[in-house]
Design a binder for this molecule. Structure first.
Ligand code: KE4
Length: 424
């Protein structure tokens, strides 16, 4: 048994499934998770001393690469001044100002401690602002683990093949509608039936939790127009896409202005963070300015703010240009590797997030994602990890490329993929 295996056995005695987040347990790919001892740049090193080229990227935050010196130093400096005050600190103002500057649709923002908290709070605000209850989401999209989101959800829910989650009561699911992504007809049908009751449409502007599924032309604009027509709010869940697919998020990439935006991951630079924001008019409904209550012990935590602030400050335009080049090169390499192995794949990418699907047609929605061959993905995953390349352990997840994935890393990844695919 490896040290990871022994740790996993111990972990299963005290942690459900041996993990603190389900998708990490390798359930859909088989085998046991590697326990990580350290990470630097684009490399993970496990407790047995094995190193891996990392495409998990902590599920999105590590766009600069792991243990970026300036980010670490910012956190160290902050930690020396105390880890949490329960009172305002300068860094939360500075980070808020930077996000507001880079995301024009966000005039005011509230920091929380996870993406789940951000989306929960955004829904509460949308319901308060409209006086309506119904929320419309999309099959395969994942907005965190609040009860009313765990309906046809993506990410770990899809990975584990859970239709929905026990413990979600009739009452909390009653006001959630979930339709196929990229289907404006299905959205129209919901609005036609109960438009006056729809508080908000919440959407991943680029879906990343059923694998990467880009919005088709007109989809996001269609949502914008339907929300305007029925006076519902459009919420862009940019927890994954925010500062990932573009310096201003998906809303800048596609030129669509949502009413609210939720954020996480990158804005915390690898420390726990989430945020929700929108117009001043909307956000002033939030306590203590307004009476929509939301609070958090560690919200605006000085360490997370320091890591997020430094990360965003380092995310200059040239980084995005380099990420576009390296991600495009990886995409082309994966396609040609599969072709030379005689295996049909589709690689879908937006910016530096991509997914390889074992299928012969574009993946437009969750139905298509489910129809791709996840057994083959498991085979690819295990072949790659044995060769020192750690993909996300699910076919329903995005692969993340960081600024630390240099040309040699991309080439090694492609060579490894070719070797593994040829052996399949
Ligand atoms: P967290 O509560 O996990 O910080 O954020 C929830 C969330 C909300 N919205 C989107 C678009 C998200 O992608 C997420 C979380 N993403 C998953 C990865 N697919 C987190 C990884 C995990 O659950 O272990």
């Amino acid at each position: 048994m490896t040290i990871s295996d022994k740790l996993f056995e111990r972990a299963k005695e005290v942690l459900p499934g041996g993990v603190n987040s389900p998708v990490r347990a390798f359930r859909s790919v088989g085998g046991s998770p590697r326990f990580i001892a350290r990470a630097k740049g684009c490399t993970l090193t496990d407790v047995d001393g094995n190193s891996y080229i990392d495409y998990i990227g902590s599920w999105g935050p590590m766009i600069l690469g792991h243990a970026h010196l300036e980010v670490i130093q910012a956190v160290q400096r902050a930690a020396m001044l105390g880890t949490s005050y329960g009172a305002p600190c300068p860094a939360e103002v500075q980070l808020a100002e930077l996000i507001v500057e880079r995301m024009p649709s966000v005039e005011k923002i509230r920091f929380v401690n996870s993406g789940s908290e951000a989306t929960m709070s955004a829904i509460r605000l949308a319901r308060a602002a409209t006086g309506r209850n119904v929320i419309l989401k999309f099959n395969g999209c994942y907005h965190g683990h609040a009860d009313y989101f765990l309906i046809q959800a993506g990410s770990g829910v899809a990975t584990l093949g859970l239709p929905d989650s026990p413990g979600v009561t009739e009452g909390s699911a009653r006001d959630t509608r979930s339709v196929e992504y990229n289907s404006l007809d299905e959205v129209k049908a919901v609005f036609d039936a109960e438009g006056a009751n729809v508080a908000a449409v919440i959407v991943e502007p680029v879906a990343g939790n059923m694998g990467v599924v880009p919005p088709e032309d007109g989809f996001l604009m269609g949502l914008r127009k339907l929300c305007d027509k029925h006076e519902a709010l459009l919420i862009f869940d940019e927890v994954m896409t925010g500062f990932r697919v573009d310096a201003g998020g998906a809303q800048q990439l596609y030129g669509i202005k949502p009413d609210m935006t939720t954020l996480g991951k990158i804005i915390g630079g690898g420390l726990p963070v989430g945020a929700y924001g929108g117009s001043d008019e909307l956000m002033k409904m939030i306590a203590p300015e307004g009476n929509v209550y939301q609070a958090g012990t560690l919200s605006g935590n000085p360490l997370a703010m320091a890591a997020g602030l430094k990360t965003l400050q380092l995310l200059e335009d040239y980084i995005y240009q380099n990420l576009e080049e390296s991600s495009a090169k990886l995409t082309a390499g994966l396609k040609s590797a599969a072709e030379s192995a005689g295996i049909q794949v589709v690689v879908q990418r937006v910016g530096s997030m991509l997914t390889l699907f074992f299928t012969d047609r574009p993946v437009r929605n969750m139905q298509d994602a489910k129809a791709s061959d996840h057994k083959r993905f498991a085979h690819l995953f295990n072949g790659m990890i044995d060769e020192g390349v750690h993909l996300p352990p699910s076919g329903y997840e995005a692969w993340f490329i960081s600024a630390a994935h240099d040309e040699g890393t991309i080439e090694k990844t492609v060579e490894t993929a070719e070797k593994v695919l040829k052996g399949m």
